[in-house]
Design a protein around this ligand. Sequence first.
Ligand code: PGA
Length: 250
Amino acid sequence: MPKPLIAGNWKMNGSRAALAEVDAIAAAAERANGVDVAICPPFTLIEPAVRKVEGTPVAIGGQDCHWAEKGAYTGWTSCAMLVEAGARLVIVGHSERRQYAHETDEEVRRKAEAAIAAGLTAIVCVGETEAERDAGEAEAVVARQLRGSLPTDGAERLVVAYEPVWAIGTGRTASCDDVAAIHAAIRRDLRAILGDAAGAQVRILYGGSVNAGNAAELLAVADVDGALVGGASLTAAAFVPIVEAAAAQG
Ligand code: PGA
């Protein structure tokens, strides 16, 4: 079984003062044997966050990247820039970027390929909307996103996050049965796309309103290899119990 990853996505939240939370998260990560822990703060906080976690097992990541090495792309950040700032991973294709920045599967794939080529771990996000789930299309939508968004090389630095859009920031989570069904389908798709051995090793995270109260049962579902956590990653008080729940299953 792949080592679980608990990754926090701060979105457009946080400040230098809030980095005190990272100290407490790093202390908990040191005790959580067998669990990888990461925090993805806004770009401006990556470098100070990296300094905070130096010598601890916590990895710092970005929330987006561009696929080009450099150039006339106002407002974007390249993978090389993330690496230089000390990031070790990057989230690509988050539903908020697919929705508000109109990112396509093709763009997400190019970003993931660039991230992996730069030595970063890429967390590729997929997930259906509520209307798609109600129409019985959840698995088909996720399968289509995977085929379009996944790089076919570098599986050892690839993570997939299944995040049903209707569960993000809403306090609603998918049922364990639904999570089990989708994660099993994602595992089948990963094996088909990447080959059997590589597809079996890619971690599949669940994301969407994960918190201290529901983490243990979600993490116990087959093929759930960790969590991508938004709101509950902003404070150590909310995030550390999720890390501990993952460690307790090891
Ligand atoms: P949430 O966000 O935990 O606040 O629902 C998850 C995410 O968007 O990654």
